[in-house]
Design a protein around this ligand. Structure first.
Ligand code: G3H
Length: 258
């Protein structure tokens, strides 16, 4: 069971899990900020943890975007599907210009790698209320949103607020507001400060931060000393059953007190 697997944490991992009030932490050597190779290793370990956490069965896996998620997708294989069946669904629409790191692309890559199926969500991540209301009954969007609601597994990263503001080309006025409100991190379209208080929420299709609590298998993958702040801040919002895969860069900063 999950408790047996928790015993595989070493001392530092246990200390981190305790400090962040999370059920399980895995710490990969190195600092993702230093090289792509460490990010790749983080992705590899995330797949191992995913394999350890998930029992046999059928899973609807909601998948976020970003370079960390892409690194994870690159390590998935059909071995994961030996006793399982996967249906992947992107947890959000598109943002920025890099196609490989869109939730849509990551979700499709994971489906291809594991022999599972994929459902797409063709919509920009950030929409006006009007556009959101107009589109919400479009059959293809409705179908994906319904599948997303059935997700029993979730794979996502935690973004640094600054990086995510740039990636989504946020208007300067809004960036200034978020800086003033001291946003340090972003997840599921919510920007939060170091106490985990949500200071800005985008109107968008996709999984909401409140949905995470009801998803039994949830893994957050985020590393790099530059994300230490964001990870610690997010831990105030994260449900306790969250499993975190991180690296020494982030873990050491969090443990010594940022
Ligand atoms: O959706 C983006 C993630 O939260 C962070 O992206 O893995 O490229 O840092 P990243």
């Amino acid at each position: 069971g999950i408790l047996d697997r928790m015993l595989t944490m070493d001392r530092k991992e246990e200390a981190l899990a305790k400090k962040l009030n999370l059920q399980f932490c895995r710490i990969v050597p190195g600092d993702t900020d230093d090289s792509k190779e460490i990010l790749d290793i983080l992705g590899e370990h995330a797949v191992e943890v995913f394999d350890e956490l998930l029992p046999e069965g059928a899973f609807v896996v909601a998948v976020a975007g970003g370079s960390t998620m892409l690194a994870m997708a690159q390590h998935m294989t059909t071995e994961l599907s030996e006793q399982r069946h996967f249906t992947f669904v992107p947890a959000r629409g598109g943002l920025g210009d890099l196609m490989a790191i869109q939730a849509n692309s990551v979700s499709d890559s994971m489906a291809q790698a594991t022999g599972g199926s994929n459902t797409a969500l063709f919509v920009p991540d950030d929409l006006s209320e009007e556009a959101l209301n107009l589109l919400k009954n479009e059959p293809s969007i409705l179908q994906t949103m319904n599948l997303m609601k059935q997700a029993n597994c979730l794979l996502y990263s935690i973004g640094s607020a600054k990086v995510m503001m740039e990636r989504r080309k946020m208007p300067a006025e809004l960036k200034a507001i978020l800086v003033e409100k001291q946003a340090v991190g972003e997840a599921f379209g919510c920007y939060f400060d170091d106490k985990g208080r949500i200071v800005h929420r985008l109107s968008r299709f996709g999984l909401q931060i409140e949905d995470v609590a009801a998803i039994p298998y949830a893994i957050a993958i985020a590393g790099g000393s530059s994300k230490a702040n964001a990870i610690q801040a997010y831990s105030h919002i994260a449900p306790e059953h969250t499993w975190l895969v991180t690296d020494e860069g982030a873990a050491n900063s969090i443990l010594k007190g940022i």
